[in-house]
Design a protein around this ligand. Structure first.
Ligand SMILES: *Cc1c(COP(=O)(O)O)cnc(C)c1O
Length: 444
């Protein structure tokens, strides 16, 4: 493996001629429903750089959507996955099991919040993990209703589409959706009518009232929330909201599920985002950052809840694939050795002051938020009305892309520019990326 030089380099326009050629083939062969943020075709990637087929090197502020936190070719991931690949690729854990799966579950029990007895089950994708968390919670409680939140995102399968808040592009025309899903408000401080200070207590009271009056707490199997909402706009629920919901769930026999698929594995400066307020979920779903880019997902939680489903009730052909498990063990090893939670906090310490300075200069910046290496700018047309500004957001992303900085957008209103650099990114690249963001604002 040759290390990729950790420097930005533009040798053609973005996208370059080879990417454009591949894009034409892609358009002919790949279904139109599958989109791409930037039609630059990757040749290799690692550290804080994605190198394309034309030889351009882009600074990566996306990590393939918070996946390659350890980099896209981390030494321990490549080494362990390659060794496993040579030994065997698959037996199916449900046919003949193997140690890697068990070891990943052991690591999950150690790393996730709470010192109670824990068990895990492994799957292939985040959506699959969330689906299984619902199956497990229903099986344990013998109840059906599931409570989810405004701006929540949980995946693209039928059940998780129903759990996901935003219609376009995730749900439009794809119904009918699964029943017994109830959506309640989230504590979105920036847009809370009476202000961010009141948001936590008011929002939790409203949610509890709504659950009690509209559903009946006794009918609720699970409350599922992202402790730091991802696709919906990097919304940090106002202080007090998560602890109040966790308490309400505990008092009413409801399984409290933290969907940490985007926020987990050191991304927010802690192993898991729910640790920020000391919340201990009953179940936690993980994927994305868990395995350095290989497809793996997990549900981890209280042993008695995890054991509620009958034998054979959970699983899947590829769930906990041995190569993906080996990669996960490599990713976890890397996170521990390099203390990537601390690296995430350092990324926040570098980013936040730079963005705060931008906010002094540019009125389109409504809010700057997030934690660790999960930071976002919400853009508005007017600071008083907070009218969302998706046009400025798209223009900024486009300008960053043209300058060789890979950024992503998100948000229910498409007006959030989000930064998810690999946690191993060098500080010079991080600073250079922020220079590009600054130039994009001045050109707006
Ligand atoms: C990405 C994501 C999912 C879905 O994961 P997939 O692997 O794409 O199925 C679910 N929940 C959250 C919070 C996510 O960010």
């Amino acid at each position: 493996m040759t290390a990729i030089p950790q420097e930005r380099r533009l040798v053609t326009a973005i996208p370059g001629p080879k990417s454009q050629e591949l894009q034409a083939r892609r358009t002919a062969a790949v279904a139109g429903g599958v989109g791409s943020v930037l039609p630059v075709f990757a040749a290799r990637a690692g550290g804080g750089i994605v190198e394309d087929v034309d030889g351009n090197r882009l600074i990566d502020f996306g990590s393939g959507i918070a996946v390659t936190s350890v980099g896209a070719s981390a030494e321990a991931v490549v080494r362990r996955a390659s060794a496993q690949l040579a030994d065997f690729t698959h037996t199916c854990f449900m046919v003949t099991p193997y140690e890697g799966y068990v070891e990943v579950c052991e690591r999950l029990a150690e790393l996730t919040p709470g010192d109670h007895a824990k068990k895990s089950a492994l799957f292939n994708s985040g959506a699959e993990a969330v689906e299984n968390a619902v199956k497990i919670a229903r099986s344990y409680t013998r109840r059906q209703a599931v409570v989810v939140f405004d701006h929540g995102y949980h995946g693209r399968t039928n059940l998780t589409m129903a759990l996901t808040s935003k219609n376009m592009p995730y749900k439009n025309g794809f119904g009918p959706f699964a029943p017994e899903i109830y959506r309640v408000p989230v504590a979105y401080g920036y847009r809370w009518p009476t202000g961010p200070e009141n948001c936590g207590p008011e929002a939790s009271a409203q949610v509890i009232d709504q659950i009690s009056k509209q559903i009946g707490a006794d009918n609720v199997a699970a409350i599922i929330i992202e402790p730091l909402l991802g696709e919906g706009g990097f919304i940090e629920p106002a202080k007090g909201f998560l602890p109040a919901l966790a308490r309400f769930a505990r008092e009413n026999g409801i399984v409290f599920v933290a969907d940490e698929i985007q926020s987990g594995f050191c991304r927010t400066g802690q192993w898991f985002a729910c640790e920020d307020e000391g919340v201990v979920p009953d179940l936690i779903t993980t994927a994305k950052g868990i395995a350095g880019g290989l497809p793996l997902a997990a549900v981890t939680g209280r042993a008695e809840i995890m054991d509620a489903a009958h034998s054979g009730g959970l699983g899947g052909t590829y769930g906990g694939n041995p190569v993906a498990c080996a990669a996960a063990l490599g990713a976890i090893e890397t996170m521990k050795e390099l203390d990537l939670a601390a690296k995430a906090r350092r990324i926040e310490a570098v980013m936040k002051p730079r963005l705060a300075a931008l906010s002094e200069k540019y009125d389109v910046i409504g809010d700057i938020r997030g934690r660790g290496a999960m930071i976002a700018i919400e853009l508005v047309k007017d600071r008083a009305t907070k009218e969302p500004n998706p046009e400025a957001t798209a223009a900024l992303a486009k300008a960053c892309h043209a300058a060789g900085l890979l950024v992503l957008t998100c948000g229910t209103y498409g007006n959030v520019l989000r930064f998810l650099p690999p946690l191993v990114i060098g500080e010079d690249l991080l600073t250079e990326g922020l220079d590009i963001v600054e130039q994009a604002f001045s050109a707006l």
